[in-house]
Every structure is written in C-alpha cells, then in structure tokens.
Design a protein around this ligand. Structure first.
Ligand SMILES: Nc1ncnc2c1ncn2[C@@H]1O[C@H](COP(=O)(O)OP(=O)(O)OP(=O)(O)O)[C@@H](O)[C@H]1O
Ligand SMILES: [Mg+2]
Length: 376
C-alpha cells in the first residue's frame, strides 16, 4: 500500500524558483508519468519525493504520514536513474544485494531476494558477471533489480531507458509494464518519450516551468488538452496551430475565419468569445485530411517536405495563410514536393484556444470508453 501526496511543494535554488506550488495525489499502485520540457523540474520533483533534495516549502506525504523530514532510506522509496550507477568491481549479484548488505539484512534474506529479483528480470544466467560484461539493457535491468530487492512502496524512475537503442527501449518498456503489474507497486516515471508516456501511464502529469499544466489519463490529455501548452506537448508530430478570428457565435459553436476565405464552425462552448475575438485553431496532423473531401473547411498550401515512414506519410505543407502545417496521411499518398495541396479539416476534430491559451470546452468532449459504454 502506498498513496503519495504532494502538498504545495515549492523549490528554489538561490533566486531561481524551480517548482511552484505543486499539488498532486497519487493512488496506491498507480503508474504516473511526468513529462515536460528540459529544465521544467521533473528530476527535482522526483528527488524531493525520494528525499535526495529538500523542498523549500510544502509537504511530501506517504500513506497519510508526512515524510518530509525522513531521510531517503526511511521513506520506502527506490529510485532508478538514467545512468545506472552500478559498482564496476561488483558482479550482478553483489550489485543487486548492495543496499540490503548496507542495511545489515541477514545473508539468507539477501540471497533469496536477489534470486527473486533475478528471476523476475531474467538475470539468472548473468549473476556472476561484472557490469562491463553486460549490454546496456542488461545493466538497466540490474539497476531495476537493485531497486526491487529493497521491496519499496514506491518506485521512482528518471528517464531509465534513454541510454538504450530503439529496439531495446521497446523491450524494456514492455518489461516495465509487466513489472508494474507483477509487483503491484506505485510507480512514478519521468520520460521524454511520447510512446512511453502514452503506453505506460495510468495518468500523465504535464509539467512546464515548475507548474503542473494538466494531470489526466493519456487519452484524456490527447483528446481534451486544457491549454495550448498541453495540446502542443502531447502528440507527435505536434498539433498544428492556426491563428484565426471569431466571426459568429451560436448554438453550434464558434465560427472562425481561416486563411484563404475559409470558415469553420467548431463545436465548442463560446465562453467569453464574441465576433472579432482572436483565437487559435488546433488540429492534429493525423486528423487533417488530404484533398477536398471529408472535412468542413478546406485550406490550401504547397508540399515542402514529404516524409514516408512506410505505414504513414508526414507531409510538411507551407503557404497555409502565412504559416505552415503538418498532415499525417495513412500509407503512401500520391504527393511530391512542390505540389499544390488541399487540406480538409473536420470540425469535430478541431480545438479552439482563447487569447490566454485556454482551450474552449467542446460541446461533445471525448469520454473514456467506460463512460461511453455506461452512457449507451
Ligand atoms: N543543484 C541545483 N542548483 C541550481 N539549479 C539547479 C540545481 N538542480 C537543478 N537546477 C535547475 O532547476 C531546473 C529544473 O531542473 P531539473 O533537473 O528538475 O529539470 P528536468 O525537468 O529534470 O529536465 P531534464 O528533462 O533536462 O532532465 C533547471 O533549470 C536546473 O538548471
Ligand atoms: Mg531530469
């Protein structure tokens, strides 16, 4: 059992405020992923939870107890870093048992816990090897094993897979998902990888400049981003943004004028919007359609770069008004660089943001599958 709560965590290094009033409640066995641009405070927050760094103010609570004054070893937390930090002169078995030996656990207990971790992580054939005799993925598994043997209530992972090649990342990602399932532990995981965030998380926390921009399930953030920052951060390639102006406001939503005399009525609540209000329209590359059909407004532009990925093609399009956009088409569309293109926008796939970057609420917002089923 481990619930974790952060109450009004502030952190400054000298005059620099790095975390600003972070509040977050994490449930027992939840898999939480922190994402955000470099320098936004993810590692600092993780280190504060672990007790490796002191917060300037605020409280860290585990299972209802304020642990802010407890040293790292007493918090029941294990942290796995990007750099595995294994002891080069110790073999795998001794590396994994190191923490328990330090804590003067009985030898038999150390042996059985290391054996169990080695079994879970499929490290049994490698127990006698030194770190230099292991691949990157195997080293990372030893680092995770070292965390597992301590039987922590909470696991913290700081970009644990970023040193691995693409294939190994996928393999380790699946192993971490399985580990979460097998160990029934609470996990907090920092990553820059969109796919890791979307696939591993029960909830994603999007951070920016030391504040939490939005907390929600991966699909909630994908479909209902609360503001421009989250809309642009979640999803790859990132959402296209087009400046536009409100023309009319009605029961069907907000009608905006787009480049090239096009207009579109986006089904959103017209909160604080009147004709003339400057807005930003957002559309994901995978939701814009090539050609003049299937949408509610048509834009035109010129193909600048065509990136063929096999199953998908990303087309970078210039001259859309005075901006550009990216369209992701399935398969291998018949497009060459410099072709004049039409781009159709389905209104229900569009997002609108006000002058402060806040998303206007959709008239028919996306709901999780369970809620849709219950409503049906
Ligand atoms: N010991 C320190 N002294 C001064 N400033 C620090 C210290 N540690 C971190 N910072 C600053 O705090 C900010 C947040 O750093 P942090 O390492 O938490 O970012 P991050 O979100 O983990 O970034 P990345 O994705 O690059 O790992 C950065 O601006 C960093 O320069
Ligand atoms: Mg970091």
């Amino acid at each position: 059992m481990a619930n974790l709560a952060l109450h009004a965590i502030n952190k400054s290094f000298g005059a620099t405020e790095v975390l600003k009033g972070v509040d977050l409640e994490i449930e027992d066995r939840e898999f939480i992923v922190f994402v955000g641009p470099s320098g936004c405070g993810k590692s600092t927050l993780l280190r504060i939870i672990a007790g490796l760094e002191d917060q300037t103010s605020g409280e860290v609570e585990i299972d209802g107890t304020n642990v802010s004054l407890l040293p790292p070893a007493k918090r029941g937390i294990a942290m796995v870093f990007q750099s595995y930090a294994l002891y080069p002169h110790m073999n795998v078995e001794r590396n994994m048992g190191f923490g328990l030996r330090q804590a003067r656990a009985p030898l038999a207990e150390i042996k059985s816990k290391v054996a169990e971790a080695a079994r879970i992580l499929q490290l049994e054939p490698l127990l006698r090897r030194k770190p230099r005799e292991l691949s990157g993925g195997q080293r990372q598994r030893v680092a995770i094993g070292r965390a597992i043997v301590r039987n922590p209530k909470v696991f913290l992972f700081d970009e644990p897979l970023s040193n691995l090649d693409a294939a190994l990342r996928v393999q380790m990602r699946v192993e971490i998902a399985r580990l979460h399932h097998d160990l029934n532990a609470t996990m907090i995981y920092v990553t820059h990888d969109q796919v890791e965030a979307m696939t591993l998380a029960d909830r994603i926390v999007v951070m920016n400049l030391g504040v939490l921009e939005q907390v929600g399930s991966p699909l909630e953030l994908y479909h209902n981003p609360r503001n421009l920052f989250v809309a642009g951060f979640i999803g790859s390639p990132k959402m296209n943004f087009i400046s536009c102006t409100a023309q009319a406001v009605g029961e069907q939503g907000v009608t905006v004028s787009l480049p090239g005399d096009a207009t579109i009525t986006v089904p959103v609540v017209p909160d604080g919007v009147s004709p003339g209000t400057p807005l930003t329209l957002g559309i994901r590359p995978e939701h814009a359609l090539l050609g003049e059909r299937g949408g509610d407004a048509v834009l035109s532009g010129t193909a600048l770069v065509v990136e063929r990925l096999g199953g998908m093609t990303d087309i970078h399009i210039g001259g859309v008004g005075d901006g550009m956009m990216v369209l992701q088409a399935i398969g291998e569309p018949d497009v060459d660089v410099d072709d004049a293109l039409s781009i159709s926008l389905p209104a229900e796939r569009c997002h609108l943001f006000d002058g402060d970057g806040k998303a206007l609420t959709k008239l028919n917002p996306w709901q999780p599958r369970a809620a849709r089923k219950a409503a049906a």
